[in-house]
Write a protein that binds this ligand. Sequence first.
Ligand SMILES: Cc1cc2nc3c(=O)[nH]c(=O)nc-3n(C[C@H](O)[C@H](O)[C@H](O)COP(=O)(O)O)c2cc1C
Length: 321
Amino acid sequence: MITIGSYQLDSNIIMAPMSGCTDLPFRLIAREEGASLCFFEMIDCNSLTHNSERTIKSMLQTNAQDRPIAAQLVGADPGAMVEGAKMLLGQISVPFIDINAACPVNKVVKKKAGAYLMQKPSILSKIIKKLSEAIKLPVTVKLRIGFEKYDKEALIKLVKKCEAAGAAAIFIHGRTAAQLYQSAVNYGAIKVVKQSVGIPVFGSGNVMSAELAKKMIDLTGCDGIMVARGGLGNPFIYKEIEHFFKTGKLLPDVGFETRKAVLKRHLKYINEYSRIRNKVGLMRKVAIWYLKKFHGAAHWRDQVNRTDKYEDMIRLVEAVG
Ligand SMILES: Cc1cc2nc3c(=O)[nH]c(=O)nc-3n(C[C@H](O)[C@H](O)[C@H](O)COP(=O)(O)O)c2cc1C
């Protein structure tokens, strides 16, 4: 079993943080279908220190079923990250805090945060060190394999520096920041990370099925994996991976009726829990994820985009067949 600091994980298959996706309804559904450790969406440390209502109420929304839950902070300044983490821990208890040094989005990189930090190992290690000293909880770091390009020696240096600064685990996305999300995953680079440090390493990238999850472990030797886009509209993936790891056999598809029922439940949770302004927009996005697996997906997507009430959305899903 893997431990992050002194925190023992129930499984080495965990949910990756995804902005705009891993909200409370998403996490509840994933947990009901087999996920254990989940993440809040990435949280900007400055919005915590400025005590933004939206951040506290919406980004940190949770309930008793939503456990265990880790938090990921994004920021550029070690002091602000410590203050943000303290604010967060005043609201909620988490098993560890992750530092986002992987986000390639311009808005984030321009603020010298996210993947930008990969280019500034001394700032990143200062953040890790200060945070670990200040919060008495394990601090982890999420990285990519490079910023513009993959440089093996630079990556080895970086991960060793993170470990020396006190990182309790590394989450590594096997693409560079410049590659965003589409390119092939560099399993060799993830293997290099695993071989360079003694702390647990979790691989991320193209974990779209049980077989691809196994490929990640087999080709990299990493300790665990993160499920990201493979879980969008497909919360069944957690059980599928667990089963495949245990037995070497693939579970049969959950089937059309189960997918419909879970989609309806997901929409219900959005209706009940979500605090965002455009709930129907979120319902449409979520419905389209699930409907991709259905026959006539393009037709149903079109119908979903014309629907602007929760009740109509449910009626529409019932009519899918
Ligand atoms: C919509 C979206 C939002 C994401 N948001 C975050 C984030 O906030 N923090 C983070 O560390 N990674 C984020 N990621 C990256 C994922 O955690 C993951 O590393 C990446 O998608 C690669 O895995 P995949 O190819 O299996 O999707 C995001 C990815 C997507 C698609």
